[in-house]
Design a protein around this ligand. Structure first.
Ligand code: C5P
Length: 240
């Protein structure tokens, strides 16, 4: 695959494959130059463990490990300690785990993996107002995102995961520094799957994203390589 003008805003491909062979098959069809960033999430990590992370890292890809840690502070700090020797550049924790949980995780990260960026997950992009209300949260999703974002930034988290619909509000509220990663990105006319709060790649870039995460529109496409290339091109055009 010829390298596309790499956009300064990465399109991180979510490698949510049911088998190691399919995941590695996708990586063989691209290069770290054409797709610098990949995301390993719960599905692949639970199946393949840290060995896969080392293998993907050794192949030259930058890794966003999306484990969405959420437990008592001591356990989350221990998990960050266990993960700190892996070749990962970003790792997620749920901001709803609380201030102390995030601070303890940051303490370990700063001690053992100073280059690792911890991201606070605000409200999952699959949740809408009704889904949040079912968990007892009666705030609108954007208000709850803002509240969790404020807590994560108070803890010292350098970045957040949010839906593209909240990007403008978060930039207005918290400025240009937080690294805002957004899943819930769907090319125009694409299948939504279980995502409810979505935007197109171009809209997400224009709304202030630092990085996009795209999974099924690429991994389930008839031609995944063409799909990722199309999204990268759309993002590059949106920046110009
Ligand atoms: O296939 P799709 O593009 O919907 O994948 C989105 C990816 O982003 C999934 O791996 C999902 O776990 C992740 N994610 C999300 N919503 C969040 C955080 C991460 O969809 N708030």
């Amino acid at each position: 695959m010829p390298p596309v003008n790499p956009s300064p805003i990465p399109c991180i491909v979510a490698l949510d494959y049911p088998s190691r062979d399919e995941l590695l098959g996708f990586l063989k069809s691209v290069t770290p130059q054409s797709v610098p960033w990949v995301k390993i999430g719960l599905q692949s990590f639970c199946l393949n463990g840290p060995g896969l992370v080392r293998e993907v890292g050794a192949a030259g890809f930058k890794i966003f490990l999306d484990l969405k840690l959420h437990d008592i502070p001591n356990t989350v700090a221990g998990a960050v300690r266990s993960l700190s020797s892996l070749p990962i550049s970003m790792l997620t924790l749920h901001a709803s785990g609380g201030l102390e949980m995030m601070q303890r995780a940051l303490d370990i990260q700063q001690e053992l993996a100073p280059d690792l960026r911890l991201l606070g997950v605000t409200v999952l992009t699959s949740m809408d107002r009704k889904g949040l209300a079912e968990t007892g949260i009666t705030n609108a999703p954007d208000a709850h995102v803002e509240r969790l974002a404020s807590l994560a930034l108070e803890a010292g988290m350098p970045g957040l995961v949010c839906s593209p619909l909240e990007l403008r509000n978060l930039r207005q509220e918290f400025g240009k520094n937080p690294f805002l990663v957004t899943p819930g990105v769907r090319p125009a006319g694409g299948d939504m799957g279980d995502q409810k709060r979505t935007m197109t790649p171009a809209e997400a870039v224009q709304a202030g994203a630092s990085a996009l995460v795209v999974g099924r529109p690429i991994t389930k496409a008839a031609d995944p390589v063409a799909a990722v290339k199309g999204i990268q091109e759309e993002m590059s055009l949106a920046i110009q």
